[in-house]
Design a protein around this ligand. Structure first.
Ligand SMILES: [Zn+2]
Ligand SMILES: [Zn+2]
Length: 212
């Protein structure tokens, strides 16, 4: 079960009606209030403090209404997690993150210094590539994503990837709007840099999930 619910029970009111006092037979009003959206970061292997702090800072700035925590443990990297030498299987990592996601966490974000890749990627020009390196991968349904800083040449590109992949974990798919951070980089991470924020439609989806 995700999160807890706070139940605020209204008090029963006695009210007078004419000369007689009556007790309302209406059921008490129940207001359900959710706890803030909980984002947790976890290191996959060894992660440097510069990238770690930058990820936390950008999430706090972008999503001030969320509750952000850092998992003290780091997930170990083993040989069987690689697609080929030097390329970790990002899909497999999402499964590992999902099985390590605490019930109280809405989105678990894995950060890694390792290169990550997908088994196969088809670009919009129709070309297919095997073991295609990616900057990040996010699940639309499972509340997990992974971001690598191995190939992100700047901190800014890394943090934008964090925001983009986190957006996927809210269920937001790629956006056709070229001015939106949720657009498909389509093999060119520089595209994200030109789009510092969410478009109006994607921002509305973010707010719907995070404003509680
Ligand atoms: Zn994406
Ligand atoms: Zn958008």
């Amino acid at each position: 079960m995700k999160g807890f619910s706070l139940l605020i029970l209204s008090s029963l009111f006695l009210f007078s009606c004419g000369k007689k006092s009556q007790v309302s037979l209406e059921p008490p009003l129940v207001t359900e209030k959710l706890l803030p959206y909980h984002i947790q970061l976890i290191a996959v292997g060894k992660v440097d403090s510069v990238h770690w702090k930058a990820a936390v800072k950008s999430l706090k700035e972008q999503f001030p209404q969320a509750y952000i925590t850092c998992n003290r443990t780091s997930l170990p990297i083993t040989e069987d997690q690689y697609l080929v030498k030097g390329k970790m299987d990002s899909g497999k990592q999402l499964g590992i993150l999902h099985s390590n996601k605490p019930d109280s966490v809405n989105t678990l974000i894995g950060i890694t210094a390792e290169n990550i890749a997908v088994k196969e990627r088809t670009l919009s020009n129709g070309k297919k590539y095997k073991n295609w390196s990616v900057l990040g991968l996010g699940s639309l349904q499972r509340g997990v994503c992974i971001i690598s800083y191995k190939r992100s040449r700047t901190i800014e590109r890394f943090t934008q990837t964090v925001i983009h992949e986190f957006g996927h974990t809210l269920g937001i798919p790629h956006c056709p709007n070229k001015d939106c951070i949720m657009q498909d980089a389509d093999g060119d991470g520089d595209k994200l840099l030109k789009n510092p924020g969410f478009c109006k439609l994607c921002q509305a989806q973010v707010d719907a999930k995070l404003d509680r």
